[in-house]
Design a protein around this ligand. Structure first.
Ligand SMILES: [Zn+2]
Length: 146
């Protein structure tokens, strides 16, 4: 299991679980501090990106599939990780809006940093931000022609 492989020669430490990181993980965490902080920042930024993508399109033009998919993926991924937290921590379920879900996950970011699936969490949340940023760009010609 890559998330728990020890840093060579150092007892009690393991490498950060984030893909392509390689730094030592924090105490009682599977992420190093910069990756944990990066995840927290992504969760802070997501609601703004989610809103920005709605305002990025020209008024009166239809929502492109790229925008619709990025927004739908954001709602789905945040809700599924919130579901994991609610199930494991027995805390009240957040309202199913992107702002509430991202805020909820942000409040549990240290718990998420110690979760066995944290590499997946970091990859998925990072993918959402990248997808929303991409969808904020002007639609491609093939999308307008559709
Ligand atoms: Zn890291």
């Amino acid at each position: 299991m890559p998330a728990s492989r020890p840093v060579s020669g150092v007892l009690g430490l393991r490498r950060c679980a984030a893909t392509r990181c390689g730094r030592a993980a924090g105490t009682r965490a599977r992420l190093c501090t910069p990756c944990r902080d990066g995840l927290a920042t992504l969760l802070t930024d997501l609601p703004g990106l989610y809103t920005a993508v709605e305002h990025a399109r020209t008024p009166g033009t239809p929502m492109t599939p790229r925008i619709a998919e990025a927004r739908s993926a954001t709602r789905g991924v945040l809700a599924s990780w919130a579901h994991v937290v609610v199930g494991a921590r027995a805390v009240p379920r957040p309202v199913r809006s992107v702002a509430e879900l991202a805020g909820f996950l942000h409040r549990h970011v240290d718990w998420l940093s110690a979760h066995p699936a944290v590499a997946e969490i970091v990859t998925e949340i990072g993918g959402l931000a990248a997808g929303l940023r991409d969808a904020c760009r002007a639609p491609r010609a093939d999308e307008l022609a559709a």
